[in-house]
Design a binder for this molecule. Sequence first.
Ligand code: NAI
Length: 709
Amino acid sequence: MSAFTTTLDESVALVTFDLPGEPVNKLSNAVKVEFEALLIRLRDDAEVRAVVLISGKPDSFIAGADIEEFTALTTQAEAERLSFEGQEMVSRVEILPKPVVAAIHGACLGGGLELALACHYRIATDHPKTQLGLPEVQLGLIPGAGGCQRLPRLIGASSALDMILTGRSERAAKAMRLGLVDEVVAPSILRPVALEAARRLLREGSTRRRSHGGVRELFLDRTPAGRRLVYRGARAAVLKRTGGHYPAPLAALEAVRVGLEHGVAAGLAEEHRAFGHLAVGDVSRKLVQIFFATTALKKDDGIAPGSAVPRQIRRLGVIGSGFMGAGIAGTAVLNVEVDTRLKDADLAKVGKGLKAAGGILGDRLKRRQITRPQHERLAGLLSGGIDYAGFSRADLVIEAVFEELELKRRVLAEVEAVTRPDTIFASNTSSIPIRDIAAAAVHPERVLGMHFFSPVEKMPLLEVIPTEATGPEAIVTAVRFGRRMGKTVIVVGDHPGFWVNRILSPYLNEAAMLLQEGVPIDAIDRTMTAWGFPVGPVALLDEVGLDVADKAAKVMYGAFGDRMEPAETLARMLAADRLGRKNAHGFYRYREGHKAGVDDSVYRLLQVRPGEDPDIALVERRLVYAMLNEAATACAEEVVRSARDGDIGAVFGIGFPAFRGGPLRMLDDVGASRAVETLHELQDAFGPRFRPAPALAEMARQGSRYYPA
Ligand code: NAI
């Protein structure tokens, strides 16, 4: 079956791309072959004088290259050839002696945008699904079909680098301001406007691209000296963001630079050379694996397929309008557009929660991600009170009250008394076993955990935690609802700390022990940010709150015994009323809400003298292996259903470096036997908490792995 159909509309060929059997349009090898043959026919057909390229899919113009094909690449030469052929195909559009108009509705990403860039005119719809961008760096690659050449020429070097090096995509209005598209229209008139544009180009008798000069095409971009400044700034920004761990943005920068300074041919050559090198490199492989894992999770409902149907959530109840409750409510309203009722103990707290939840909507309005009427409608979905008024109609209730078992049990009993028997009840507890909360439930099949991370509107992960008694309908409903809230959802076991806090706990505790040994705060944090974490463990303790971390550490100690025995550090800090960022008093100092350097008085408090010359490699090994070993233990206890879920949880839940793939992927890379050896060394030096996980030792004996080799 062919992917393209062509109809003739008074000498304009309307080419509709609709890849059979796929939800979105992708550029694969087969598509390329068909498209190139089509281009030749269009060129040679005397009746065709202009072309409009449009998509037959509801949400995608062209979503990008077929990434599956990348994974089949085994050599650099093969990957280079793939990029080179992409460049050729795109160039054929540009040199077609007939005007080509891209009529863009839906995702226009990666190779899709590169193709659109080669067209002679671009029209985009103002629909929120219409997104234009070059996200290749997010997969450890660079735009390899001329994107590094055409984009800077169209919108200027600084704007182009901004898009290419972050991989960020833009909506039509912004694309118009940048000069990336020529016209923005409503989806309903895209086709006639595109046909008319093609006729206009015909009348004007030109396929030469017009220069638009977007707002950001600055004077800087037009002179070599100015561009040098742009390159230098872009490079510094990349290094700051990536810590030098991700080669793709720097390679893209180089491809842009070579093209602008030495001409398109040189730029294209640099582009396919770099693409080839990156595509078979380790970082890209890891990022592509993570991409596939998240894609698979989007289709994974956490239950046996077909065993239950998700309930429709028309009304959400949130109990506790504190930090988490407000975040959950605001995010649900924003992304699910669901009628949401907040409940707290007194009106002042309700008011504060409503304000915080509304702030999430206000922020989107400010960033122009929603319009004023949209904002008004969404804000109207939020309400609150101090009683259970309106809860009888709730389909899902999420509690985020204080972390106290008795309180949570009482809240569950109250909710069961006022809601329908089929209302689903989710707890956002971070450490209390769900089965304990559900112990006295009348309908335990409706009770489960939905563990969000803070801040809810930003953190991409959700852990859904069924108990033995939870029914499949509740699970699939929670998973689907979390996904609609914009989260990547993993279903995890009802074990203390679930997955993310379980593997985080020994890592943070090890950091606390290092502090107690006098390893300087900044040495610990810098070691781990250099390793690839977004923040170091000590700064993370400050963020989480030392009271919260202390409570969690005690729960873990209670559950797992000696290997999680807490260091004294947190108790000493708490005795001095140091709670971290929340009271601007932690391991770091805070000035007007901003971190302002290490607080040296902490050392006196901990009764240590900061060491002059800590063994950084050892600090790193202790912290990393504390986490890897716990991941192996928890995985063997089936806290996660698969290594895939465990790795995604670590990457999205705690910012485990994506280029390392996740803790279990990393254990595979190191090799179980080498990991066990390292753990034995650490055990000899620091005690039994480093005893290798029995499952890992077994894997070492058998030479087995988490993922197929
Ligand atoms: P918070 O202290 O900001 O909010 C708790 C709210 O619950 C307060 O507004 C309080 O007035 C209210 N509340 C207490 N009893 C109530 C009752 N009977 N009825 C209605 N409201 C009541 O606490 P936060 O940080 O929002 O935590 C809430 C829950 O979320 C806890 O279980 C916590 O473990 C969990 N959690 C917290 C995370 C965090 O980073 N803060 C992350 C993930 C989970």
